[in-house]
Design a protein around this ligand. Structure first.
Ligand code: UGA
Length: 431
């Protein structure tokens, strides 16, 4: 098929490259000329395993990039994969997405015959129906046949495994409100995945599809908050929350995924989507108590980590190593990372913070320029009075003799990666 993808960020680039790999001809559309030039040169600014090789393999053949939204009209269907950042009150800022939708609507107004617009971006049901669908339909008014379909098709890609998650999804969610042509087109598009992997396709309404995305992320975030809550209780009773989690995870109704307790969740999605769900619910007169509790617990968890450190050291004037800055291992992304409240809490206590992360130090230095950044975990630990582990980088599991360079070492582990051993005062956050 001939497909256009508006937005060449994280989701859009992964989608474009993977659709090209499935055999489709893809036009990636982005307002940023540098992004477009780089894509056409076979390069990407996004670090994602397997993505570079797909982009370089298909650039100039099945994948091309342009700044011209008008080119969308030359294709069979157009994905909107533009970001929906959070406003200060937690609600989503859909302005860039709406502008992109209008551009596409105007482009396809000139087209003869049916055109399908597929919303990949994360939007609440009311924004989707009342703003986005209306914007597309209004802008495309006057189409020869007035023939525009809008579908919602949320993504469930994780940073660090986005290409694999695209190629082997648990399910594909397609919201069409019963528009058979939209359904047929998307079924044809995903046919290679559906037939090769026997992937379930969930056919539903547009509003439902939009909500599935929020429910999915909120459920996972709340699951982590719940195991953190239980983990805090475990710690108070001297119980190992990881042994508890391993056992309850064997119950197929619970499952063992997302049961790693610790300093909490971050990233570009869980914090944004849970906040948007609360703000959206409140705008229609409902206060989602469980979701709010999940957020509150996540906000408190970094302070619990520091309280464990307080039990052993008065960090005022002391050097404290922060191990891990990325919101999870395998990425340089610091959006929503628990390292921020941890560093803020340490600075408030008067500590001298020395941070280390194998990939995310540069990004963190933009927000905390006065913190010292070490080149290795060993260098961060040397001479530090305390250490806190915030990100589960595998290399931290190998730390051992490095702790001997600390003055009377106290280690508070927020991710259960460091081995407890003699000679270290070790505290696990939930064990
Ligand atoms: C998440 C979802 O997992 C994806 O399905 C979704 O598509 C994506 O958001 C999105 O909406 O774009 P991602 O943000 O890449 O993906 O990160 P996750 O791997 O889900 O981890 C999120 C946070 O939860 C991390 O800070 C991680 O450390 C934390 N986490 C995860 C735990 O603390 N414990 C766990 O057991 C699992």
């Amino acid at each position: 098929m001939n497909v256009s993808v508006v937005g060449s960020g994280y989701v859009g680039t992964t989608l474009s490259a993977c659709l090209a790999d499935l055999g489709h001809d893809v036009t990636a559309i982005d307002v940023d000329e540098e992004t477009v030039d780089r894509l056409n040169a076979g390069e990407t600014t996004i670090h994602e395993p397997g993505l570079d090789s797909l982009v370089s393999a298909y650039a100039g053949s099945r994948l091309r990039a342009t700044t011209a939204h008008a080119d969308a009209a030359e294709t069979d269907l157009t994905f909107l994969a533009v970001g929906t950042p959070a406003k200060p009150d937690g609600s989503i800022d859909a302005s860039v997405l709406l502008a992109a939708a209008e551009d596409v609507g105007e482009a396809i107004a000139e087209k003869e015959g049916y055109h399908l617009v597929v919303v990949k971006s994360t939007v609440l049901p009311d924004v989707l129906e009342d703003e986005l669908v209306s914007a597309i339909e209004a802008a495309s008014e006057g189409t020869e046949s007035g023939d525009v379909g809008v579908a919602a098709n949320p993504e469930f890609l994780r940073e660090g495994s986005a290409v694999r998650d695209f190629m082997e999804p648990d399910r594909i969610v397609i919201g069409t409100d019963g528009d058979e042509r939209a359904l047929d087109r998307l079924a044809e598009l995903y046919q290679p995945l559906i037939s090769d992997w026997d992937i379930p396709v969930v056919e539903t309404g547009r509003r439902e599809a939009a909500m599935i995305k929020y429910a999915n992320n909120t459920f996972l975030a709340a699951k982590v908050s719940l195991i953190n809550d239980i983990g805090n209780v475990c710690k108070a009773f001297g119980v190992d929350a990881y042994e508890v989690a391993d056992a309850i995870g064997l119950d197929s109704r619970i499952s063992g995924e997302f049961l790693r307790s610790g300093v909490g969740w971050g990233g570009s999605c869980f914090p944004k989507d849970t906040a948007a769900l609360v703000a959206g619910a409140e705008s229609v007169g409902y206060e989602p108590a469980m979701v709010q509790a999940a957020i509150d617990l996540n906000d408190r968890q970094p302070e619990r980590l520091l309280e464990l450190l307080d039990r052993h050291v008065d960090v005022d004037g002391e050097r404290v190593a922060v191990l891990g800055l990325a919101f999870k291992p395998g990425t340089d992304d610091v959006r929503g990372t628990r390292a921020k409240p941890v560093i803020e809490g340490l600075l408030e206590r008067g500590a001298e913070v020395i941070a280390y992360d194998p990939r995310a130090a540069e990004a963190m230095a933009e927000e905390f320029p006065d913190v010292e950044y070490a080149d290795s975990a060993a260098a961060a630990l040397e001479g530090s009075r305390g250490a806190v582990v915030v990100t589960a980088w595998p290399e931290f599991a190998g730390l051992d003799a490095e702790f001997d360079a600390m003055a009377d070492p106290v280690v508070v582990d927020g991710r259960r990666v460091v081995e407890r051993r003699e000679g270290i005062t070790y505290e696990g956050l939930t064990w």
